[in-house]
Ligand binder design. Structure first.
Ligand SMILES: CC(=O)N[C@@H](CCC[C@H](N)C(=O)O)C(=O)O
Length: 373
């Protein structure tokens, strides 16, 4: 298993943002070249890679998806194999996801099962979303799997834990970008301006009332503003400000309601601060909804293996464009325990690499079970 830890470390050093995963794609293709080629077909799409392993006597195709992009974070782990790309980090475990998928490919090209396997190395999970366009490709139409599986690392669980549930696992998401334009001017003449720093501060505060006052307390939603920019220097009243965030809900219907309320608040800001506001909802991800029968079967299978603790978890407000794959193809996603003191999207995330071997062994057994009988 050292091979796949080393692969993870190599990939960890070269994180790239969505649809810019050129070095990552080359690395994956180079590794695939080292494997026996007889049963394997490889195709690329943008910066992603499809790998089909032909079964011995195929009746169906089992799909496995790994996302491949990194985040715009400056790594602070101090690891000897830390990112060599300034301001970029694999802080969401996609380096783990890829090395686990390569571990499975390595096994199944040598020990093929009855059915076909399709591995999808998907770009741009963190944004703007690669799953939905990948599903629309001719390659996908030709090789479309009958079921699909993916995992996501979970820093809060110990190694050896898998956590999932039937039905809704991850939220619906929508990015949020709001540009405000007013009238700037001299800091000493506020009465002659419409200050967009003030408008932005007021807007951010008012947006917090959507969750506290407009969403049913028994439902759940998140409106997070992760970035505010505005103005030029300390003694000029800002003509422009920009707010960037994300919305999370537990149903597509709640998403529509949250957006409707948000638009009313924005219109109020335009009137109140005599400015113009432009709202862009960016990329949206469909919820991750685990097909109940396959999910239950996997939970029992993993539990029966003996070395895994299976936790029936609650749904999370994280988003995943794997939700689009599950909308079209039955399957499930699960959390893989990696035991890190720092969470996802943190500059010190340091997952335990023992989880790589344990995931490869779990999924090898599960795929054998699904594809050999
Ligand atoms: C697992 C995970 O952390 N996924 C991301 C997906 C981001 C979607 C999009 N860019 C957004 O921010 O809405 C997450 O932040 O949950």
């Amino acid at each position: 298993m050292d091979t796949f830890i080393n692969i993870r470390r190599d990939l960890h050093q070269i994180p790239e943002l969505g649809f810019q995963e050129y070095k990552t794609q080359s690395y994956l293709l180079e590794y695939l070249q080292t494997l026996p080629q007889e049963r394997m077909e490889v195709k690329t799409w943008k910066t992603g890679v499809f790998v089909k392993i032909k079964g011995l006597n195929p009746r169906k195709t089992v799909g496995y998806r790994a996302d491949i992009d990194g985040l715009p974070i400056t790594e602070e782990t101090g690891l000897e194999f830390k990112s060599v790309h300034e301001g970029r980090m694999h802080a969401c475990g996609h380096d783990f996801h890829m090395s686990i998928a390569l571990g499975l490919i390595h096994h199944f090209v040598m020990y093929p099962v009855h059915d076909n396997l399709l591995f999808m190395f998907q770009p741009a999970e963190e944004g703007p979303g690669g799953a939905e366009p990948m599903l629309k490709t001719d390659i996908m139409k030709e090789w479309k799997p009958d079921m699909v599986v993916a995992l996501h690392i979970a820093p809060e669980y110990p190694v050896g834990t898998v956590a999932l549930k039937e039905g809704l696992l991850f939220a619906n998401t929508s990015e949020l970008f709001i540009d405000l334009k007013g009238k700037g001017g001299h800091a000493a003449y506020p009465h002659k301006t419409n200050d967009m720093v003030i408008a932005a501060c007021s807007l951010v505060t008012q947006l917090q009332t959507i969750v506290s006052r407009n969403v049913d307390p028994l439902d759940s939603a998140v409106v997070t503003i992760g970035k505010i920019t505005g103005g030029t220097v300390q003694n000029i009243i800002a003509e422009k400000a920009r707010i960037e965030g994300t919305i999370r809900t537990l149903s597509p219907e709640s998403m529509a309601k949250v957006k409707q309320r948000l638009m009313s608040i924005v219109r109020g800001i335009e009137v109140g601060y005599e400015c113009e506001a432009e709202v862009d909802f960016g990329a949206m991800y469909h919820q991750v909804y685990n097909e109940p029968v396959l999910t239950r079967e996997f939970m029992e299978f993993a539990g029966n293996m003996g070395q895994f603790k299976v936790v029936e978890c609650k749904e999370a407000m994280t988003g995943e464009d794997f939700g689009y794959m599950l909308k079209e193809i039955p399957g499930f996603m699960f959390w893989l325990g990696v035991d890190s003191g720092f969470g996802l999207h943190h500059s010190r995330l340091n997952p335990d690499e023992k989880a790589i071997g344990s995931a490869i062994s779990l999924l090898t057994s599960y795929i054998q079970y699904k594809c050999s009988s």
